[in-house]
Design a protein around this ligand. Structure first.
Ligand code: UDP
Length: 239
């Protein structure tokens, strides 16, 4: 029943790379369907879900700028990439029977709705998944920052950052065999040890508003449900 669940509403951050699977670009439909099934499981557990998706599987402004493009134009492409990912996830979710809304930080009439916090809260209360796309709507920010921003706005109890590693480690586990995984960290420990949880803008926003962050590996089957129901999985960062 609902009252034993530790979190009423979560904000899930999926990187664009999470949709890529084993490919090097784009969206893997099988991966997308599996993600949709896992999201459905948390909706069925009566947990409200907001999602922010990245765009790194398609375009990143920083990379385009390194190749010579104007950074703002590149960031606009990056934000539009998050819209494409969101539409793909919406489609996969609706095919599994989960009602979904896509709300964009940039107006895209006829494609998706404009972001509106009050409407988003009402949709989530009705059991609809709200996907927040186009990041913050501004260049020079990341979708991690968008995830923390929306998480704070919608009063999410937890920000769930899905990655390709099992949590936050003392060093890169792919490079150092003695790297240790932290079960929990405070914001100050993470900052002091310069652990790359999120970019600093995003991380400090979460810290300043005491938003708990759990970093976990989305490729572990059932991980999302465990995270959303408050089980130990990955690393939690809190006060
Ligand atoms: N972006 C932006 N403003 C935002 C969020 C994203 O300009 O508020 C752009 C930026 O170019 C970024 C791209 O969108 O590189 C994709 O987002 P991100 O790199 O955060 O995606 P992820 O790494 O999570 O796949």
């Amino acid at each position: 029943t609902t009252d034993v669940l530790p979190y009423k509403r979560i904000l899930l951050k999926l990187s664009g790379e999470a949709l890529m699977g084993s490919e090097s670009f784009g969206i893997d439909p099988q991966v997308l369907d599996r993600l949709a099934e896992e999201i459905k499981d948390i909706i069925q557990a009566d947990i409200q879900v907001g999602i922010v998706i990245g765009g790194g599987n398609l375009f990143r402004g920083e990379k385009l700028a390194r190749a010579g493009m104007n950074r703002v134009a590149g960031d606009h492409m990056g934000m539009l990439a998050t819209v494409m990912n969101s539409l793909a996830l919406q489609d996969a979710l609706e095919r599994t029977g989960v009602e979904t809304r896509v709300m964009s930080a940039i107006s895209l009439t006829g494609v998706c709705e404009d972001y509106n916090r009050r409407f988003a809260m009402r949709f989530m209360e009705r059991g609809q998944v709200v996907i927040f796309c186009a990041g913050t709507g501004n260049p020079f920010f990341t979708t991690d920052t968008a995830a923390c921003l929306r998480g704070i706005e919608i009063e999410a109890d937890l920000i769930c950052k899905a990655t390709k590693v099992d949590g936050v480690y003392s060093a890169d586990p792919n490079k150092y065999s003695d790297a240790v995984k932290y079960e929990s960290l405070t914001y100050e420990e993470a900052l002091h040890r310069q652990l790359a949880v999120m970019d600093l803008t995003a991380f400090c926003l979460a810290r300043d508003h005491q938003k708990k962050i759990r970093v976990f590996n989305m490729n572990n089957p059932g991980a999302l449900v465990r995270v959303a129901t408050g089980k130990q999985e990955g690393t939690i960062i809190e006060c």
